[in-house]
Design a protein around this ligand. Structure first.
Ligand SMILES: [Zn+2]
Length: 323
């Protein structure tokens, strides 16, 4: 039996075909061309699946697909995909793709799907309780309890980027003030790096990017901090403090064995991770948290498609695979 996993993003569509054990037989990425609208984007998904099916010599028995936003899981419709043109309000994605690909289709929010991928095929294989945080342009998350992804009635449980960390803080895209996402997303980290560079407080960073603000990244900021830019170090530790506070909040609610960070921000490396771990220890006083591991995603950008494969193998049930 073959299944396909699809990760539909604003820029790229990634698809992988796998056998019943989750072994990937083929994988491919194409541009989303999201401006063309839902029907044509889903045509591209179906063609991608066809290509990989031709390669593998058999049709998939199911497709698990992640979409970037809020979905109606029961009806198989997208409700609001903020980063796609027209925002795909109330589009019957599941039925449209079933018609095009002629097999069952299972949907999930993209970060919840990546959580499932990491649970079934990544670091989560050895645990029953896990929290995933995707740290990129935005901050998403997923919560696994007793080997099963917690979804809630809207599939929105685990939106950890939108917990309030700083009441009265900067406004967030969701309308709330002081969300984790407004304080610790990739763009807000880079904005602080640029501020320090422009005010002459980050000479190593200035040198590393040749004075070109467009080349500032979290990774370069962390490197410059380690080379001696103390103001950058302070900035990174402060941002890691927000992340660590968010992690502490989740740990007291769920007490997972494992917290996994994905997304581009993890490129900041030990400076970030060590400060997050220190904040977690400082903020949870009710029970020991030394056993709670905080690790970098093993699957990286492939977590989503691997989650799609797991979802299809489980016929839509978002939990650990039973061998
Ligand atoms: Zn928010």
């Amino acid at each position: 039996m073959l299944v396909a996993g699809v990760d539909l993003g604003g820029t790229n569509i990634r698809c992988a075909m796998a056998d019943q054990d989750g072994h990937v037989l083929g994988e491919k990425i194409v541009r989303t061309e999201a401006h063309a609208g839902p029907n044509q984007v889903l045509d591209r998904v179906a063609r991608l699946v066809d290509d990989l099916a031709d390669q593998a010599g058999a049709r998939p028995q199911g497709i698990g697909m992640g979409l970037p936003g809020l979905l109606d899981l029961r009806k198989g419709r997208s409700r609001f995909l903020p980063n796609l043109p027209t925002q795909w309000r109330d589009i019957p994605v599941r039925d449209m793709l079933v018609d095009k690909a002629e097999c069952p289709v299972y949907l999930l929010n993209d970060v919840r799907l990546a959580t499932l991928g990491e649970l079934c095929f990544g670091l989560g294989r050895s645990v029953q309780d896990m929290v995933f945080l995707a740290l990129g342009t935005g901050i998403g998350g997923g919560v696994v309890i007793d080997g099963r992804l917690r979804l809630g009635p809207l599939g929105a449980a685990g939106e950890l980027g939108h917990q309030t960390i700083l009441p009265g803080g900067p406004i967030c895209g969701c309308g709330n003030h002081g969300c984790l996402e407004s304080l610790a997303s990739g763009p807000s980290i880079v904005a602080d790096g640029i501020r320090l560079l422009l005010s002459g407080q980050a000479p190593h960073l200035y040198q590393a990017v040749g004075g070109d603000l467009n080349r500032v990244t979290g990774r370069k900021m962390a490197q410059a901090a380690c080379a001696g830019d103390d103001a950058l170090r302070d900035s990174i530790v402060r941002i890691a403090g927000y992340l660590g506070t968010a992690v502490a909040n989740v740990v007291v609610a769920v007490h997972p064995e494992l917290i996994v960070f994905g997304g581009g921000v993890v490129e900041m490396g030990d400076l970030l991770f060590d400060a997050v771990r220190a904040t977690l220890r400082a903020r949870v006083g009710m029970f020991p948290v030394d056993d709670v591991r905080i690790e970098r995603s093993q699957l990286g950008e492939r977590a989503g498609v691997m989650g799609g494969i797991a979802l299809a193998l489980n016929r839509g049930c978002p939990q650990k695979l039973t061998a």
